[in-house]
Design a binder for this molecule. Structure first.
Ligand SMILES: Cc1cc2nc3c(=O)[nH]c(=O)nc-3n(C[C@H](O)[C@H](O)[C@H](O)COP(=O)(O)OP(=O)(O)OC[C@H]3O[C@@H](n4cnc5c(N)ncnc54)[C@H](O)[C@@H]3O)c2cc1C
Length: 455
């Protein structure tokens, strides 16, 4: 094969792109990844991983300060912002090296540079054109500000908020989706004054109301000023602070951070020229991730559905397998779990109770408080809850919602149950290890039929 020719070329080395490349290489395809920045993409270098590294420190900091009742006395616990920043960088760069190592191990060529598609569906980087059997586009998304406001020194996007050189005294977070909630949750525990402002009528607007109630109560107890149904307006960014109004209030804070959504990073790709069509501002795809140009696949944040790393990875597998000519199975977009790593964590899959009713399901619900199982007391996780939304006819679980310290790990079981078409009755007879918080999942399944044993 010629030097500049590959069976599969992946544009973008984020979770979608690097996983797609590895799978294509595993299937014996000569594969290259073109990346204009760092291996691992935004998720690993600027988003998921740095955010979770910061959140972990927030958790450890609070535990250090508030563990006297557990029999651990810590005096003088304080944050070392520089050490925290250093660790955040080290965790990401270690993982970036890990992805680069996987490229090498799988004999994937890593091409540095910005790629675009040629009109005949090959890939151009600088002055070089690479011939591709198939192309997988995985260029991710970029932050979007709110109307009339631009990002700048004092107006931050999510990465700006996670990488501040010093701890701010005050921050206002605009947008209380997963990213906004995580930033508010970390900074309040670091000791920064936090306002969390959401235009819709609840924080975490995509989540079930019962779960959101628990989070909002905790946020307020922690000291976050929460405003819902409120738009931020009249933003004036100065040299040392930002002024703005929200509802009938006005405020001045060190930083205003906007977690107002993301848009696909597709501008330089020459989609039109290559015959790749957009649908609803994202790249249109079929069930095997093929675009309107069948030689070109698209995965991750640039396609429909929630912008999440695990969705991008799964789509990468499907695209790579299909591109390699292997039988594969389409991604079930209804079963993408949504994790939010605030405190308490929130995780869900499928429909909320309200969505299930709206979709015409005859719904029954099982709720179980984490305080009902022994582990809830041992691990101080009593306030959380598991809620299952079930269709009455066959007991099909159509939605699962967890709030609690381990929610993002625990949701995987419910994704698996739903994927394997298990209902609440099957789940009611599956043993869960004791004492673990996961016993609340078992109890929620029984609660659907009114026989939770620890209720
Ligand atoms: C603050 C924050 C926290 C998040 N936390 C989570 C989380 O906890 N869990 C979760 O599942 N998701 C999380 N997400 C979402 C997650 O980051 C994205 O869904 C994920 O990164 C999408 O992966 P991707 O492969 O589509 O794109 P990306 O990770 O965005 O990677 C795309 C790559 O393509 C490169 N690229 C773009 N254009 C070109 C070009 N023309 N040529 C060459 N290279 C190009 C970019 O440099 C980038 O490296 C978070 C997002 C944010 C902003």
């Amino acid at each position: 094969m010629a030097e500049n020719s590959f069976d599969v070329i992946v544009i973008g080395g984020g979770p979608g792109g690097y996983v797609a490349a590895i799978r294509a290489a595993q299937l014996g395809k000569t594969t290259a990844v073109v990346e204009k920045d760092k291996a691992g993409g935004r998720c690993l270098n600027y988003a998921c991983i740095p955010a979770k590294t910061m959140l972990h420190t927030a958790e450890v900091f609070v535990e250090a300060k508030e563990s006297e009742h557990l029999g651990v006395k810590v005096t003088g616990a304080e944050l070392d912002w520089d050490a925290l920043g250093k660790r955040r960088t080290e965790v990401s760069s270690g993982l970036e090296g890990g992805v680069a190592g996987l490229f090498k191990k799988n004999k994937i060529e890593f091409i540095e540079g910005e790629a675009s598609l040629t009109d005949d569906g090959n890939v151009k980087v600088g002055d070089t054109t690479y011939e591709a059997g198939k192309v997988i586009v995985a260029t991710g998304s970029v932050a979007q500000a709110i109307p009339g406001v631009e990002f700048g020194d004092r107006v931050l996007d999510t990465w700006g908020a996670w990488s501040l050189p010093e701890q701010p005294k005050s921050i206002a977070v605009v947008g209380a989706g997963a990213s906004g909630a995580e930033i508010a949750s970390a900074y309040i525990r670091f000791g920064t004054e936090v306002k969390l402002i959401e235009m819709l009528d609840q924080i975490l607007p995509a989540e079930d109301k019962d779960v959101v109630r628990v989070v909002e109560r905790t946020f307020k107890k922690q000291g976050i000023e929460v405003s819902t149904g409120t738009a931020v307006e009249n933003v004036e960014a100065g040299k040392n602070s930002v002024k703005f109004t929200y509802g009938d209030n006005s405020a001045e804070v060190d930083y205003l951070m906007i977690a107002g959504g993301r848009v696909p990073d597709v501008e330089v790709l020459n989609l039109d020229g290559a015959g790749v069509k957009l649908e609803d501002k994202r790249i249109g795809i079929d069930e095997f991730q093929r675009t309107s140009n069948e030689k070109i696949y698209a995965i991750g944040d640039i396609t429909r559905g929630p912008a999440l790393a695990h969705k991008a990875m799964e789509e990468g597998i499907v695209a790579a397998e299909h591109a390699a000519g292997k039988d594969t199975h389409p991604v079930n977009i209804d079963l993408v779990p949504g994790p939010t790593f605030c405190h308490p964590q929130v995780a869900s899959v499928g429909l909320t109770e309200a969505q299930a009713k709206e979709a015409g399901h005859d719904v029954k619900v099982g709720k179980f408080k984490l305080g009902g199982v022994g582990a809830g007391s041992v691990y101080e996780d009593r306030d959380g809850m598991v809620k299952l939304v079930v269709d009455k006819k066959y007991g099909e679980i159509v939605g699962a919602h967890i709030v609690g310290n381990r929610a993002c790990d625990m949701i995987a079981e419910l994704v698996a149950t739903m994927a394997l078409e298990g209902g609440n009755q099957e789940l009611s007879f599956i043993m869960h290890p004791h004492p673990t918080i996961s016993e609340a999942v078992l109890e929620s399944a029984r609660a659907v039929d009114g026989w939770a044993t620890h209720a």
